[in-house]
Design a protein around this ligand. Structure first.
Ligand SMILES: [Zn+2]
Length: 332
């Protein structure tokens, strides 16, 4: 058997010590930005794609993926989004980091190799430990010029998510961005200290998080929906001309959300469907012992929508059952 492999020429990225957006000419740029070096003394570089418009100035929109190193569905989303952008008729720039947590990605792990969640130590600290220094360099060398950030995540192990966005909906510009992304659900969340989203929002960046798909896998439908939504945001910002594809409108908006956890261990079966609206008191899950004896019946404490749910039946006490969104707008 021969001829079954097509070998394509490799496009070698340009290695740079930092991203200088102002110095780049309009066009498409594949960059490898040096951040740190590993135990072999080899540089760890962030893969960055920049499309800079030739049609005038405009916002700088960042799209990031894999800050959790095993949350990969944002990567093909970015690849396909960037291919749809034509610098000739674009204003401003789109700056994408396809893999934020390079060391975690290489290990198929969510966390950074020093066992820290990189998405809790942003914007990092010069002179800090491994993850903190990496975060600091990333912030300083790559993310310094953003006006808007869309940070792409997936569910974590043992959970599935509806395509949803998390955003601080009290800020009108951020809320507009969240609604334009065309996800099924929007969950208002002020943000957690140390996340990429919050660290940039503190600097005045309009920043949202999108959850699309499952860890360590590709979900083409969700990647496509997210790509169309991000493209719609660029249209809404006046950066690119409208195209034929339109994201869904009319997301279910949640003013608050809660995780429900088990209070005992056993074999968990979540009966509430993902994305379903459940009524207060409706049975959402059961827990049985290894002989099938019923231990618990869990009911929705309030009416809500199932944003995420467990897929892992092996439940210790305190295991996650589901993430319940409570519909409404913050402050309303
Ligand atoms: Zn994540």
């Amino acid at each position: 058997m021969s001829g079954w492999i097509d070998r394509h020429p490799r496009q070698v990225p340009t290695e740079v010590p930092e991203l200088d957006l102002g110095a780049l000419p309009p066009g498409r740029h594949h960059l490898a930005v040096a951040l740190t070096s590993d135990g072999m003394g080899q540089p760890v570089r962030a893969p960055v794609i920049v499309v800079k418009g030739a049609a005038g100035s405009g916002p700088v929109v960042g799209v990031t993926a894999a800050v959790h190193g095993n949350e990969l569905n944002g990567i093909p989303t970015i690849h396909r989004l960037m291919k749809t952008l034509d610098p000739a008729n674009m204003k401003g720039a789109v700056l994408a980091v396809t893999v934020v947590n390079v060391p975690g990605y290489l290990r198929n792990e969510r966390r950074f190799p020093d066992h820290t969640d990189l998405n809790r130590v942003m914007p990092g600290r010069d002179g800090g430990r491994e993850s903190s220094l990496y975060a600091h360099r990333l912030t300083e060398r790559v993310l310094g010029t953003l006006d808007v950030l869309v940070d792409l995540h997936t569910a974590s192990f043992g959970l599935v998510n509806r395509l949803h966005v998390r955003a601080d909906m009290r800020d009108p510009a951020t809320a507009r961005l969240a609604r334009t992304l065309g996800t099924e659900i929007i969950v208002h969340h002020e943000g957690v200290e140390g996340t990429l989203r919050t660290s940039l929002a503190d600097r005045g960046v309009r920043a949202v998080t999108v959850e699309l798909g499952d860890p360590q896998s590709i979900d083409r439908d969700k990647a496509r929906d997210a790509r169309i939504g991000i493209r719609d945001c660029l249209e809404g910002l006046g950066m690119v001309p409208p195209d034929a594809q339109e994201a869904r409108r009319g997301a279910i908006e949640c003013a608050r959300s809660h995780w429900l956890h088990t209070d005992a261990g056993g074999f968990l079966e979540v009966t509430a469907r993902l994305g379903a609206r459940v009524a207060e008191g409706e049975v959402v899950a059961t827990l049985v012992d290894p002989w099938g004896g019923l231990l618990r019946t869990y009911r929705a404490p309030k009416a809500g929508v199932v944003v995420s749910r467990s897929t892992n039946p092996v439940a210790s006490s305190g295991a996650r059952i589901l993430h319940l969104g409570l519909e409404g707008r913050p402050g309303a």
